[in-house]
Design a protein around this ligand. Structure first.
Ligand code: BG6
Length: 536
């Protein structure tokens, strides 16, 4: 995680026995950061969507910011013969399209030709199957000329290739650090693995064991792209940099927390993947648990990777295993937003895959005992909205009993992750006039009002941190496993059968049964599409 040491905080009383360096100290670029060390980035899946949509825009942005070393190389591996020139041209065209598209996260406007040329010159295409020895022999030859021997292997491929690629890399000696570099100069060898990391506890354990038989944990960078979002990293800043919030962040003051990742899109041509995966596996034990971890973790002693990851790991470990009664599944049917899931391409006409999942989660530790965390995610919902709402406990009503005030609206702090970036706080004020009445108002902060817009796709920080060797924003093997462990009973229900999947209309707020999940605790979901508030 990129943190700039706050030099104004340095005092002459700094203890001399322990100097804790900020992770990114050193000569600074204009952005206040140092360029990453030289390395070769090998992308398996060079022809895929992830490379086009996220990795290339991120590399381009890093180049614009001067955060990549001149000695960097990017080798794209994919099946199918192709000229490097054609690959470059393809990437350039899609980059231009995304840049011009306001709806894309990479809405850079016009591309900076100099920055693109810088990236393009470093791109090299290598045809190769992901499961044949020949590919890795060719790669080894190429990497022998790698600057400093530093190599990052990025697995931007379908998860079925994770094991064979790691095995081939390992057997070819390509994961050995300190060897294999130019003239035996040595260097780092890192593996970046995309999600899905397993499909349940057993498969995640198996994948971890497989990877760790060829590489050390310190070489493995498991990506959850939510952690690359500034608004997600800001959760810790909001919590720990504000005296208003830090003391109340506990069960004595917090009534409940809602974590929402609602999407308006359907399965977007990913029917095959989604049929196997479903909304629960796709989002809950990874993206939504990561948000939960950021909200619930204890303050770490520093931003050191292990300090942060230890505290987050404690949370995943404290999650009370979910049971069938804690979750609700839904599937969209035809509605105002379009066709039903079963009519989507590559989806079985009688599919029971869930496109919506809601869960009630308890974190059984001292700070959070008894506070429900309500998580929900779904496709084809009424609005695109990723956010966290923290509802505070009510104050005593006594003072207002002889006034016309009937009830007080709860205070809610909402951290908006996407597509809006910012926070809002719902609180009560006296309404104007001679009579004591109380009205709920909202105070909002929008990133765009304070900071220059950044056409950031979220992978910039992750790639940059990986090059620097900062693992703060990557998932450790133990956390992946404890997260899957918490949901294992839902994925493999014992006698009693599968979780029922309830219908909801495409474009709606989700299935009614999800409302019932909260209603039984006296709670209600925050509307995805709040009714327009009339200003008086
Ligand atoms: C991905 C899921 O990991 O995250 C997708 O596989 C989902 O199904 C996506 O749409 C959501 O990410 P974001 O950043 O667009 O909110």
């Amino acid at each position: 995680m990129s943190t700039t040491p706050n030099t104004s905080m340095t005092t002459s009383h700094e203890p001399s026995c322990k100097v804790r360096a900020g992770p990114h100290e050193g000569p600074s670029s204009p952005a206040g950061k140092r360029p990453a060390p030289p390395c070769t980035l090998v992308i398996f899946g060079a022809g895929g969507d992830l490379t086009k949509r996220l990795l290339m825009p991120a590399l381009y942005n890093l180049a614009v910011d001067g955060l990549l070393d001149d000695g960097m190389k990017i080798v794209g591996v994919n099946h199918g013969a192709r000229e490097t020139g054609a690959w470059r041209e393809d990437l350039h065209t899609s980059l231009q399209q995304f840049a011009a598209d306001k709806a894309s996260t990479f809405h850079a406007g016009k591309l900076d030709d100099k920055a693109w040329d810088w990236v393009a010159q470093r791109l090299e295409y290598m045809a190769g199957e992901f499961e044949t020895d020949d590919t890795f022999a060719k790669l080894k030859q190429k990497l022998d000329q790698s600057p400093g021997g530093n190599v990052i292997f990025y697995l931007a491929v379908s998860s079925r290739f994770f094991k064979p690629i790691v095995e081939h890399l390992g057997k070819a000696g390509l994961l050995k650090e300190g060897e294999g570099g130019a003239g035996g100069a040595g260097g780092f060898r890192r593996l970046v693995i995309e999600k899905p990391f397993g499909t349940d506890l057993a498969s995640a354990r198996d994948l971890n064991a497989h990877i760790l038989s060829y590489a050390n944990e310190s070489q493995v960078y498991r990506i959850d792209h939510f952690l690359g979002k500034d608004t997600v990293q800001s959760i810790l800043a909001v919590r720990f940099a504000n005296a208003l919030f830090e003391p109340i962040w506990r069960r004595e003051y917090i009534d409940s927390v809602q974590i929402t990742a609602a999407e308006t899109i359907g399965v977007e041509g990913r029917g095959k993947f989604y049929e196997q995966t479903g909304a629960f596996r796709d989002m809950l034990p990874n993206h939504l648990f990561q948000l939960l971890g950021m909200v619930a973790m204890e303050p770490p002693n520093s931003f050191d990777a292990e300090a942060v990851r230890d505290k987050k790991a404690e949370i995943f470990d404290a999650i009370q295993p979910l049971t069938a009664g804690d979750v609700v599944f839904g599937q969209y049917e035809k509605g105002p937003a379009g066709v039903g899931y079963r009519e989507e391409p590559d989806v079985a006409p009688d599919s029971t895959t869930e496109t919506y999942a809601a869960a009630r989660v308890y974190v059984e530790n001292w700070r959070w005992a008894g506070v429900p965390f309500y998580l929900r995610t779904g496709k084809r919902l009424a609005a695109r909205r990723t956010e966290i709402s923290v509802q505070l406990k009510p104050v005593p009503f006594r003072l207002f009993r002889d006034t016309p005030v009937d009830a007080l609206t709860p205070n809610v702090l909402t951290l908006r992750i996407d597509p809006a970036h910012g926070t809002s706080f719902d609180f009560n004020v006296k309404t104007p006039g001679p009579v004591m009445r109380v009205g709920a108002v909202q105070s909002s902060f929008d990133y765009a009002d304070f900071f220059a817009d950044q056409a950031n796709v979220g992978y910039e920080t992750l790639l940059y941190d990986c090059m620097l060797g900062d693992e703060t924003l990557f998932q450790r093997a133990d956390s992946i496993e404890t997260s899957w462990c918490a949901v294992d009973d839902v994925l493999h229900p014992k006698a009693g059968g599968a979780i029922p999947v309830h219908a909801y209309a495409a474009g709606s707020e989700g299935p009614a049964e999800a409302d019932a999940l909260l209603a039984r605790d006296g709670h209600a979901w925050r509307p995805l599409k709040p009714a327009a508030v009339e200003k008086k």
